[in-house]
Design a protein around this ligand. Sequence first.
Ligand SMILES: Cc1cc2nc3c(=O)[nH]c(=O)nc-3n(C[C@H](O)[C@H](O)[C@H](O)COP(=O)(O)OP(=O)(O)OC[C@H]3O[C@@H](n4cnc5c(N)ncnc54)[C@H](O)[C@@H]3O)c2cc1C
Length: 492
Amino acid sequence: MTKRAVVIGAGLGGLATAARLARTGWRVTVCEAGDSFGGKMNRWAPDGFHFDTGPSLITMPWVFRETFEAAGGRLEDYAELVRLDPIAQYRFDDGTEFDYTSRLPEWHATLGRLNSLDVEGFHRFMALGGKLFELSSATFFRRSPFERPRLSELRAITGVPLRHAWGNYQRMVESFFRDRRLRQLFGRYPTYVGSSPYQAPSTLAVIPYIEFSLGGYAVRGGLYRIVEGLADLARAAGAELRACARVTRIVTSRGSVSHVELSGGERIDCDVAVMNGDAATLDELLGRNRNEAGENSAAPPDRSMSGVVFLFGLNRRLRGIQPHTVMFSADYRREFSQIFEHSHFPEDPTVYVNAPSVADRSLAPEGGETLFVMANAPASHTVWDAKKICEARSRILARLRRSGFPAFEGAITVSDVWTPNRLANRYLAPGGAIYGGNSHGWKNAFLRPANRSRKADGLYLVGGSSHPGGGTPTVLMSAAITTRLIERRFGN
Ligand SMILES: Cc1cc2nc3c(=O)[nH]c(=O)nc-3n(C[C@H](O)[C@H](O)[C@H](O)COP(=O)(O)OP(=O)(O)OC[C@H]3O[C@@H](n4cnc5c(N)ncnc54)[C@H](O)[C@@H]3O)c2cc1C
């Protein structure tokens, strides 16, 4: 008899799992609480502008290709990936600015200008990242925690020096670089998984390696094309995708999943429930007290960062900017201390501006520009009222001015803002945390909620808040792992 799966959430991981399962003969229903698909990888398209409201840079394109193939299509038929060069322009508080390019002769020249001794440190840093990448590819990226590793994988682990695998991220960066600006630049990477460089493990050196050596990519026409492609393939394979369908209960019977209930009272029977929403909300769906929870509880201090995002559509073009610009705060340590220790939006935030229309004119109306302006913020339940939003906006704009970013306020014709509250409400992500739990310390980083839950037979997790973690390619790896575990348990 055909087995039936309900996927709770149409985020990237949910869509990929749905498409994979449907292709192998499962009857799949995706229930999405919101009114659009894609979860945090979403879009807003007013008046001829196209904004990706979430991700703006992807890595590991082969993971996207593999996912599309497993879903029965070809990535190229849906989305054209464009390698970024430079990856970003960096601007520092002391007035230094440079392009971060993966073209070695140019990048060597930049490193040499900053501190010639750091050229060698950069290569050692990348060599470490490369080793960690090999190790992760064989283990962490492919398997759920608690699956028994193979002998070859255990051997690979012994190839990485322990102090580099489990030490502190920022201390590791400082052991490779002397220059203050390079320490800040390479310190930034744990924020890709919503974490602080001062608390994350050095293993995250894999992230800058992946971006520099294997490339950072944009998608022509916007990253949402990937969501549209996966949704199409999932439907073509027979999956039913339902918006405005919030799951309020996962019901079990004699230790196995039996059905889910939707907010309107509807019941859908299933053999498997795959939770793509935040793992921290799973116990609530199971009708359990969250405090009793073991594997999935996420106390507020363990949440990854949230963010404040302003989307600005401009009626004129901005000259002299790159599609990706990062403008660093004067005091990085203070910024993360304000976020994680004091749970405050930083006084002087580091600001990331993505202006995709600089390279892709299809994303803005004639003569206009599309800006995505983001700063990190603590995940919290604090209410973001108009006063708090205006305060954040003026701090962000002050940083842009100090960093010499061209003024654009008079040219704004459409705008929108995403706050931690809005992220929390729209994506049912407690505190608005973008990546589920943070990656502080090796346990948080590597023992994320497993893809197969022990709480009930037939209960699985997929997405950024579960193993192997947040960020678009990792979420797609999560979908591959979860599907494999389901197939192994139930056959196909
Ligand atoms: C502002 C921002 C910038 C980002 N930048 C990048 C970037 O540049 N590069 C990158 O790789 N990643 C980036 N990310 C992270 C990336 O978007 C996420 O890691 C990834 O998209 C998460 O996918 P997911 O499968 O975990 O699902 P999510 O996107 O978390 O979606 C889960 C879905 O489940 C739904 N849901 C939850 N509970 C229920 C329920 N009970 N019933 C029904 N539906 C439910 C939610 O509504 C949501 O739509 C960014 C994210 C944000 C917000």
